[in-house]
Design a protein around this ligand. Structure first.
Ligand code: NAI
Length: 301
């Protein structure tokens, strides 16, 4: 099959001044995309900021003959996000790809977590994913083409000690994806999620250096590039790191129909083994499929 190319395509990558986002931006540009490199340039906990980080990546792209523009806005700032989209439209007249990658951490156990730590993390990951998507959505729909990648995490899908704020935010972006994959389908706007594992400043100190050495962001980017391509699926959660790739899914068991017994907590307890049995479990593509199963079971199917 032909190489994946993005000639004539325009991409916005948020949080692309370092870590994973930088790598995604470089690779899209190497493959022909024109890229808006967004980064607030703050610290890992979301404080501070400067447009230098984004500008540096733009210079790297220009150095190999690529086209790129820097944007130093916060993804949480309405005016900044509008400007970021305007920059792309003014320069190149379309937006084909959005990678919502910007992120911060405020790790604390719930006992120590202040409301502000929860709110800021929700702001950056949830609103900072929603706002850029909202800003490019109608452009993509009008073009009848768009590829969006949101960035989730195993912390959200499975849990991680000290990350209740981050975990909640990372699941929220999957909820957003699950609905938008349906709303975008008619206009060939596809949306997927990447769940990365990579050595960046975010994971510094969390793992020994010899492990981090094998986790370069370069091993995640190929998965993201595929999700940005014309052949991309929609609604997939691709996990990637260290050269391994897999799909995460939410499965629902076939379950059991208890009839009138369904009015009794004891019946639920007594049928727990059948409720949780894995045989016949399925991953649904939309919420309505769950209701259909209930009706099928009620009808004896
Ligand atoms: P990083 O800290 O190197 O990159 C995040 C970038 O986002 C930084 O350059 C930062 O300046 C930028 N940023 C933060 N707040 C912003 C805002 N309000 N507006 C614009 N830019 C902002 O960390 P890394 O690891 O590259 O993270 C990238 C994404 O991957 C994040 O969403 C993170 O949650 C996610 N992730 C990373 C994992 C890993 O193993 N490194 C694991 C799971 C998810």
């Amino acid at each position: 099959m032909a190489d994946i190319r993005f000639d004539g395509k325009v991409a916005i990558v948020t949080g692309a001044g370092g870590g994973l986002g930088r790598q995604h931006a470089l690779e899209l540009a190497r493959r022909g995309a024109k890229v808006v490199v967004n980064d607030l340039g703050g610290s890992v906990d979301g404080s501070g900021g400067s447009s230098e980080a984004a500008q540096k990546v733009v210079e790297e792209i220009k150095a190999f003959g690529g086209e790129a523009i820097a944007n130093g806005s916060s993804v949480t700032d309405d005016t900044g996000v509008a400007n970021m989209v305007k920059q792309a439209m003014d320069a190149w007249g379309r937006i084909d790809i959005l990678i919502a990658n910007a992120g911060i951490l405020r790790d604390k156990t719930l006992t120590k977590m202040e409301l502000a730590d929860f709110e800021l993390v929700m702001q950056v990951h949830v609103f900072g994913t929603f706002k850029p998507i909202k800003a490019v959505w109608d452009i993509m729909k009008a073009q009848n083409y768009g590829r969006i990648v949101v960035t989730t995490s195993s912390s959200g899908m499975y849990g991680n000690f000290g990350q209740s704020n981050y975990g909640a935010a990372k699941m929220a972006v999957l909820g957003l994806m699950n609905t938008l994959k349906l709303e975008g389908a008619k206009n060939d706007v596809k949306i997927n999620a990447i769940s990365p594992v990579a050595a960046t400043r975010m994971t510094e100190g969390l793992m020994p250096p010899e492990v981090l050495a094998k986790l370069a962001p370069e091993y995640v980017t190929p998965g993201v590039v595929y999700l940005c391509s014309e052949e991309a699926p929609t609604g997939a959660i691709l996990t990637a790191g260290a050269g391994a790739f897999a799909l995460s899914r939410i499965y629902e068991t076939e379950g059991v129909y208890l009839g009138e017994g369904g009015l009794s907590a004891e019946e639920v307890r007594d049928n727990w083994d059948q409720i949780t049995a894995e045989a016949g479990q399925k991953a649904y593509f939309n919420g309505g499929e769950q209701g259909q199963k209930f009706f099928r079971k009620m009808a004896g199917g």
